[in-house]
Design a binder for this molecule. Sequence first.
Ligand SMILES: Cc1cc2nc3c(=O)[nH]c(=O)nc-3n(C[C@H](O)[C@H](O)[C@H](O)COP(=O)(O)OP(=O)(O)OC[C@H]3O[C@@H](n4cnc5c(N)ncnc54)[C@H](O)[C@@H]3O)c2cc1C
Length: 384
Amino acid sequence: MPIPDPRPVRAFLDSAHEKFASDAAAFAARDLAPREAPDTDDAARQEARSILSALGQGGWLGPIGRQDWRGVCLVREAVAAQSPLADAVVALQGLATLPILFAGSDAQKKRWAEEAVSGRAMGGFAMTETEAGSDVAAIATRAAKDGDAYVLTGRKSYISNAGIADFYVVFASTDPAAGGKGISAFLVPADTRGLRLSAQVLSAPHPLVEVVFEECRISRENRLGDEGRGFALGLRTLDRMRATVGAAATGMAARALEEATVHAQHRKQFGKPLAEFQLIQEKLARMATELFAARLLVYRAAWEADRGQERVTLEAAMAKSYATEAAQRIIDDAVQILGARGVMASHPVDRLYRAVRALRIYEGTTEIQRLVIAGQLLRDHASG
Ligand SMILES: Cc1cc2nc3c(=O)[nH]c(=O)nc-3n(C[C@H](O)[C@H](O)[C@H](O)COP(=O)(O)OP(=O)(O)OC[C@H]3O[C@@H](n4cnc5c(N)ncnc54)[C@H](O)[C@@H]3O)c2cc1C
């Protein structure tokens, strides 16, 4: 049976998606699982580019280009179960490509989005700053108009793929007095003069860098969408991508549950397999149930998006927050069932334990998702 098993979410899939899920799982097991997890920043950079080529050649980024949200979820689940680094590559291709698909010109779509989906160009998404994390409207990077061009000045923090990306989607303020309504989005090729990289860090499992813009001049054609609409474009992108973060989490959790179940059936203590102890069974039951519930939320959100629902903000916030929090608990329980083996750096569950943590933070923390959910609930109640 492929990991994750598509059957529990069959209600939200058609037969083509079910086949796609099995094929994606087979690709991930064959082409990604055997790759060594890189343990240095340089190794992670090289490996990420190599993984991008493999994903592109296999057509696994195609669902991003087709905006097939269940397809993106299926790819992220399958890939994350075998290689959290490969999942980060898929995530960033989605985050960097969607703003171009939503608001780019035909030329930008051809030059950058098509190349990104084919795995030939790597993207980056530069939103966060030191003083603008959850509070995106506080962005201070400035895009000052100068004739037919904009001059970018500022710094972006924790930018995945920085240094290996070919282009960045950058959010900067064209009108600081207007706050969030003064933010615009720009497509910035990596070789633009004035763009440089600062501190490099490796966060399991992928490389993060601070990107600095020093009077970085870009032409007006590089603006994505209208001036002042960048914040809305960023939110529209996150609206679509958040359920897929949930899918990555359930992929990691499914792998951890599989490892823990097999281990519990084989490891004997006190004269019998661990799986025969009820305390272990209780853990396995809870893990399986939470995984099932998380996947239903994820595929429900993706299904609504595929049906053409314009915003899936509520569904995606529930899917992301529940799935990432549940995955953390499931993987923690898997470590517990594995005992000392589960905290050995070479064990896949140890790698999942480190990798899953960031999913509760990036693309909007759990707290921010809960504010979105409660806000919607309270608005519905007020108008009801
Ligand atoms: C592995 C990784 C990769 C990343 N890649 C990228 C990238 O490629 N591009 C990019 O732009 N960014 C990226 N980020 C940054 C990420 O989007 C931010 O870390 C995230 O938005 C949270 O911002 P912060 O870290 O500044 O936390 P803060 O906003 O400072 O939040 C700190 C804590 O306070 C809580 N909090 C904040 N506001 C509230 C509130 N109103 N009510 C209750 N609690 C609140 C948060 O939930 C959190 O628990 C990445 C982060 C990580 C960890």
